[in-house]
Design a protein around this ligand. Structure first.
Ligand SMILES: *[C@@H]1O[C@H](CO)[C@@H](O)[C@H](O)[C@H]1NC(C)=O
Ligand SMILES: *[C@@H]1O[C@H](CO)[C@@H](O)[C@H](O)[C@H]1NC(C)=O
Length: 147
């Protein structure tokens, strides 16, 4: 039950984002690996898009967050399962390591001055990966099972 309500909460957060920009269509975006997501929303302020598919059968949500960025920049996508605002949110971060590899990891945001070091977050995250393509960084991840 708790699992279901958390998943519903997350879907509601995602769905509420859709109304920021209902005219934008991002469903046609051709992911480099051919990934397909059920829903997406464009976040014009960030020049970013969030794509997701939820699987109620196992309480997981598959996401891709992509944002325009220079090769040396970094991107982060965060959700706050406890409410709204930055403090308490749980982030996925990606950037290009100085050795030339794109790396992605999770990090909690416990304050306004977070370490941004790789660390476990309060939401289970698996299959996190990232690519840089067409001047965009993309983070892929599976969130959940949410309990
Ligand atoms: C959850 O279910 C979906 C659909 O059946 C499946 O594709 C996915 O791999 C499952 N995820 C996990 C983490 O078991
Ligand atoms: C670059 O560094 C990261 C983080 O230490 C590591 O995961 C990755 O494998 C390295 N890539 C190369 C090409 O050495």
């Amino acid at each position: 039950m708790a699992e279901t309500s958390r998943l519903i909460l997350l879907i509601c957060i995602l769905t509420s984002l859709v109304f920021i920009s209902p005219a934008q269509t991002c469903l046609d975006y051709p992911f480099p690996g051919g990934e397909v997501f059920h829903s997406c929303t464009h976040l014009p302020v960030l020049d970013a898009s969030l794509h997701w598919t939820s699987f109620p059968s196992n309480s997981t949500v598959q996401i891709a967050y992509r944002a325009a960025q220079t090769p040396t920049g970094w991107i982060a996508w965060a959700i706050n399962p406890m409410g709204t605002g930055m403090v308490g949110s749980q982030a996925l971060v990606a950037f290009c390591h100085s050795n030339g590899s794109m790396i992605a990891y999770t990090t909690p945001i416990p304050s306004y001055n977070p370490s941004m070091e790789p660390e476990e977050i309060s939401i289970p995250v698996s299959d996190i990966s990232t690519v840089y393509v067409n001047n965009e960084m993309i983070i892929f991840a599976v969130l959940g099972p949410l309990d």
